[in-house]
Design a binder for this molecule. Structure first.
Ligand code: BTN
Length: 251
């Protein structure tokens, strides 16, 4: 990527024409000691996967299917912050590149008018309560056309090309995302999660509206207010209490 201006993210690049999942390749590289910023990109994934064991549509030449190795020296408890950081960085770069009103649905789906354009899957490995590495998998539906989507996804998903009315340069999309992430990652390491929290909240479409959240511990109903310092979602429930939710799906 000759246009890339980053110091470390994407500097070691593994490019595949076709792969099962970039996530698995990046995890293998991370286990073998690949440096921070190692990036795996594929033109097509045959077994792309999403959160909650779902599959991820990854047709050839139409999107950006990539996984990035990060080695933040932080406690395991900070993992949610890294998910939110990745979403904020991607939202920022895509808004800049397209001028589109892109919002973040908690924790890390990017939406345009309620339809998903991008998903992020963070997988980590830890040792003695500290993160050894994180593999951030990012799927961006850049240039998909309506017929690329199976019927069941057509009302739920959209590509940047469909929303913007023009195809986008995928190399530019990748370069701008990596530069945005590197900038926010530096801020996070120097100044903590506070500045990232503000960015994420500014673009969130999940705050201030009643919601039903399915957590591993049960259902939480209430109004999401914002993020806590540790990256949890603060939800005001009917009893007036504010609860912190770390992992959940919106119903
Ligand atoms: C989600 O919203 O469920 C997360 C989707 C993550 C998809 C990306 S595409 C690149 C990387 N490789 C995968 O198999 N998944 C992630």
């Amino acid at each position: 990527m000759s246009r890339l201006k980053t110091k470390s993210l994407g500097r070691s690049l593994h490019l595949y024409d076709e792969i099962g999942s970039t996530q698995d390749a990046a995890k293998r590289l991370a286990e073998e000691g690949a440096p921070e910023g190692t990036l795996v990109i594929a033109e097509q994934q045959t077994s792309g996967r999403g959160r909650m064991g779902r599959s991820w549509l990854s047709p050839k030449y139409k999107g950006l299917w990539m996984s990035l190795v990060l080695r933040p020296n932080v406690p395991v408890l900070c993992t949610p912050q890294l998910t939110l950081l990745t979403a904020a960085a991607l939202c920022r770069s895509l808004r800049r590149q397209t001028g589109l009103e892109i919002g973040i649905k908690w924790p890390n789906d990017l939406l345009i008018d309620g339809r998903k354009i991008s998903g992020i899957l963070l997988e980590s490995s830890a040792e003695e309560e500290r993160l050894r590495h994180v593999v951030a998998g990012i799927g961006i539906s850049v240039n998909l056309e309506p017929e690329d989507y199976p019927p069941e996804l057509r009302s739920k998903a959209v590509s940047l090309r469909m929303a913007a009315g023009r195809p986008l340069d995928r190399t530019e999309t990748a370069a701008q995302f990596l530069e945005s992430l590197e900038e926010l990652y530096d801020i996070y390491r120097n100044d903590g999660f506070g500045p990232i929290r503000l960015l994420w909240e500014a673009w969130s479409v999940s705050l201030g509206k009643p919601a039903v959240l399915k957590t591993p511990q049960g259902t939480v109903e209430g109004v999401p207010l914002g993020l806590s310092d540790n990256g949890a979602l603060r939800v005001r429930t009917a009893d007036g209490l504010v609860r912190e939710v770390f992992s959940a799906e919106f119903e």
